[in-house]
Write a protein that binds this ligand. Structure first.
Ligand SMILES: Nc1ncnc2c1ncn2[C@@H]1O[C@H](COP(=O)(O)OP(=O)(O)OP(=O)(O)O)[C@@H](O)[C@H]1O
Ligand SMILES: [Mg+2]
Length: 388
């Protein structure tokens, strides 16, 4: 069928043609936001889940809702290197300048001066242009958690004066350094106590609650970590059927059953399968023969676009560790069993394991357990053994 009309969207953060199975989170977020605007900020939401389950898409949906409610939005993707101070400086500068541009405002001006102090602590000093004097003694201690607290309190007060709020959305939160994550938690703790309309949402890999708890013991009272996973059978079916039906294309029941089994309901796999099926089928009815016909093409795309790209960033030793996990079968696996499979002592592979956690390849679902953060990664390793 015509690729130009293909509704499916395999990608990173690309809005799916139908966003299935997330209504409860979206409604909950809407309520939370409106309560914050009414001076009753509550817990911050941080959806967590494996690669490709739709965390970024959900975060994008949250920012849309916030924009529709008139909030100012800062969307930040945490880089692996950690650079929160400069990323926040840039996005808050934009927001505060907009507050001030609409009508000169004492609070926005003050917040901009606090921002100036905040950015002076950056290694490259005043690289962001702000044509005003820093507010000495505020946000300039060099201690990130104190400075960020000063900044978000000032920004929150400016938002109140403008009768609005601020949403800070951070994707890939697990890449923040411990200091940055701790600072974000402390700052939001303070703005929440002051009933300021500053809302933090984030998304990250499943190790996030552990990281947050290590940073601040009260994190679990401040954050909710809903687990975002694969779609259940009826949502996976709808994710495939709804976009096609809009163009008069249908699926046979056995084709759908095969697709649910192939994708295990993982959103990224659903989009990739839908995309190639569409391109290679004659239509208007997609059947089991079509599914069988594109299997090699889809597997090849998944290997190259979803799995292999992640392996490229690893050292040979790290790859060996993942291969040993894959050999052990579907996880999670005890760290001791993985070390045994490698023929070494647990302590000697601990640095490799923590390196892989930092790179976001594996996580620890329970103490001493290790699992892949990429769905079906073990199967991929086994399939491409000797080739990868
Ligand atoms: N609820 C959903 N229903 C159908 N498709 C979805 C859904 N959520 C996401 N997708 C699709 O899945 C793919 C992956 O989404 P997204 O990039 O948001 O995942 P992610 O969890 O952020 O992945 P990563 O951890 O690699 O960043 C995209 O192609 C997107 O269109
Ligand atoms: Mg993402």
């Amino acid at each position: 069928m015509d690729e130009l009309q293909n509704p499916y969207r395999p990608g990173a953060g690309t809005q799916p043609p139908a966003l299935l199975g997330r209504d409860a989170y979206i409604n909950h977020f809407g309520t939370l936001l409106r309560r914050a605007l009414n001076g009753m900020p509550g817990k911050s939401v941080m959806p967590i889940g494996l690669r490709g389950v739709g965390k970024t898409v959900l975060l994008n949906r949250f920012t849309e809702i916030a924009e529709n409610e008139g909030l100012a939005v800062a969307f930040i993707e945490a880089p692996e290197t950690g650079d929160l101070r400069s990323l926040l400086t840039r996005s808050l500068r934009k927001i505060l300048l907009t507050f001030d541009a609409r009508k000169p405002s004492a609070k926005a001006l003050k917040a901009l001066r606090v921002l100036k102090s905040f950015q002076m602590q950056l290694p490259d000093g005043s690289s962001v242009s702000l044509d005003l004097d820093a507010l000495a003694g505020t946000a300039d201690s060099g201690v990130l958690s104190d400075d960020l607290t000063d900044l978000l309190v000032a920004a929150g007060e400016a938002a109140v004066e403008r009768d609005t709020g601020i949403l800070i959305a951070i994707d890939e939160v697990q890449y923040l350094t411990a200091e940055e994550l701790g600072a974000a938690i402390s700052a939001i703790h303070r703005t929440t106590q002051l009933n300021l309309p500053v809302v933090l949402v984030g998304a990250g890999l499943p190790q996030l609650p552990g990281l947050a708890g290590d940073s601040k013991s009260y994190a679990e009272r401040l954050f909710e970590f809903p687990a975002i996973g694969s779609l259940n059978d009826s949502d996976a079916r709808a994710a495939l059927v709804v976009p096609a039906e809009a163009q008069g294309v249908t699926f046979t029941d056995d084709a759908i059953a095969a697709l649910i089994a192939e994708t295990a309901g993982y959103p990224y796999f659903v989009q990739e399968w839908g995309y190639h099926l569409w391109n290679h089928s004659q239509g208007p009815r997609i059947d089991l023969g079509d599914v069988d016909g594109v299997r090699t093409i889809v597997t090849d795309h998944l290997d190259r676009n979803f799995f292999l790209v992640r392996l490229d960033r690893l050292t040979p030793k790290e790859k060996e560790y993942l291969a040993a996990m894959a050999e052990l079968g579907p996880g999670p696996h005890r760290s001791g069993d993985i070390a045994a499979a490698l023929g070494v002592r647990v302590e000697s592979v601990a640095p490799r394991r923590s390196g892989l956690i930092t790179k976001g390849m594996i996580y620890s679902p329970a103490h001493g357990d290790t699992a892949f953060t990429v769905p079906l990664f073990g199967e991929f390793m086994m399939r491409t053994k000797g080739r990868a």
